[in-house]
Design a protein around this ligand. Structure first.
Ligand code: IMP
Length: 441
């Protein structure tokens, strides 16, 4: 029995969904623990490509229960569209369960998201670049303790009272449904989703008692964490290992593994610090080669190089026990790969930890080391890796992975070299140094 958290080690879009999907082969439960329709977990099943926003990838596997967990904010209307899409592709093989404690994203949350972005643009000169899905405002109402939860959707009177209080806190633009309309719409959608809505924490506690394997499927990523990310350019949840526990109701001591997922390079969507961003031709080439466009918004992603300062920070924050390195095929054919080892600050001072204030990143420059590149990932090379495993990995790539292990103290156990399930290689169990020895050097 294991409880494994799969956590993004960068700014999102590291292919956490794909790694979770591969791991779900040996799991009984997969739980989304935070965020909502801002996520876009892309899964390639044969010729079919699926993008899951609010559903856990567990729903795609026969014998697996995919839970959209208590830490999430869920847009029930969009969720229905998503369920219909997965069903139309004949991919809903698992059991779908929605936590009754997940909060509800309402139409006005999207309007507020746009309005808040306007305020930021005016004050900071730049928007956050949110996905526009109402995530921040829904979490704000949760903290205000006047939010709605899925559990409220089958109680007409209580729902109406809750909506009255909630909407009395807002000045809403015209064009949104009235309280009566919204109450009716929510009761209807609640009735349709009712067969899936349950208290999910007892399900997971029973699973722990039976010794079933559980995967906590992180969404967004450590560097977008509300407290530890590049505030205020962050999301409104806690996409960390600790957040995955809070967002699922699993006790901390039950967590066995934390897999940090990182691309072999880096991307970011939206505004905020990105020290290793390459705004030139190489960045453009990465975007092309990696197909780097937002799975939720379609926005072009900002592209750049792996940043070991941030990766070490994410490692310590989450207690990664292993790393999964994805999209290594995208870098195939490069002579050398830049990797930021540390930052140079004002006056030439070297820094190995990131600053707290986002604006302070402007005064930093990454100090790069250049690691020898590996050959192109031709279909023939991919075939050899599928057949011969780790022995067929280019030696330069092995050195790159060893370098990441050395820099973080954490073994690279997974390598992903394409979007398909079978383009994922397990390198074997590595040894994680204890947190103390790992960082005392
Ligand atoms: P929000 O989560 O929509 O409020 O967006 C806040 C910030 O997090 C924006 O910069 C988004 O681009 C970013 N973000 C949110 N979700 C994701 C994701 O799943 N992948 C990458 N970036 C994300």
């Amino acid at each position: 029995m294991t409880v494994t958290a799969v956590i993004g080690a960068q700014f999102g879009d590291e292919a956490k969904g794909k790694i979770t999907d591969v791991l779900s082969e040996r799991a009984k439960y997969v739980v989304r623990t935070g965020g909502g329709p801002n996520a876009g977990h892309t899964i390639k099943l044969g010729d079919t490509s699926l993008v899951l926003h609010q559903l856990s990838v567990g729903v795609l596997r026969r014998g697996v229960t995919g839970i959209s967990g208590p830490g999430m904010v869920i847009d029930p209307f969009q969720l229905e569209v998503e369920i219909a899409d997965v069903q139309s592709k004949h991919a809903l093989h698992g059991t779908l369960v929605l936590s009754d404690k997940a909060h509800v994203i309402l139409p006005h949350h999207r309007s507020e998201d746009a309005w808040e972005e306007g305020l930021r643009a005016k004050g900071y000169g730049v928007e956050n670049g949110t996905t526009g899905r109402g995530i921040g405002p829904a979490y704000e109402d949760r903290s205000g303790r006047w939010g709605l939860r899925l559990a409220d959707l089958d109680r007409p009177e209580l729902l109406r009272r809750r909506l009255d209080v909630l909407l009395s806190t807002k000045t809403l633009p015209p064009g949104l449904p009235s309280v009566d309309e919204l109450t009716a719409q929510l009761l209807e959608v609640g009735e349709r989703l009712a067969p899936h809505i349950q208290s999910t924490e007892p399900i997971l506690w029973d699973a722990l008692q039976r010794g079933d394997s559980i995967i906590l499927e992180g969404a967004q990523s450590a560097l977008l964490d509300l407290d530890f990310g590049t505030y205020p350019y962050v999301t409104s949840s806690h996409p960390t290992a600790a957040g995955a526990l809070v967002g699922s109701g699993i006790p901390p001591q039950e967590l066995n593994e934390v897999i940090g997922v990182t691309k072999a390079y880096a991307t970011r969507v939206g505004a905020g610090p990105f020290p290793t961003e390459d705004t030139g031709a190489m960045g453009e080439a990465l975007r092309e080669a990696g197909g780097e466009r937002g799975a939720t918004t379609g926005r072009p992603r900002r592209c750049g190089w792996l940043d070991l300062v941030l990766l070490r920070y994410a490692t310590r924050l989450n207690g990664f026990t292993s790393l999964a390195v994805t999209k290594v095929d995208v870098l195939g054919g490069m002579d050398s790969i830049p990797v930021a080892a540390e930052y140079e600050g004002p006056g030439g001072a070297r820094m190995s930890t990131p600053p707290t204030v986002a604006e302070d990143y402007d005064a930093l420059h990454p100090v790069y080391e250049h690691i020898p590149g590996w050959p192109e990932f031709t279909p023939r090379l991919k075939e050899r890796i599928r057949r011969d495993g780790v022995h067929a990995l280019p030696s330069e790539l092995k050195r790159f992975l060893a370098h990441l292990t050395e820099a973080t103290g954490v073994p690279v156990e997974w390598v992903s070299y394409g979007a398909r399930r079978d383009e994922t290689l397990f390198l074997g169990r590595g040894k994680t140094a204890s947190p103390v020895s790992r960082w005392s050097a």
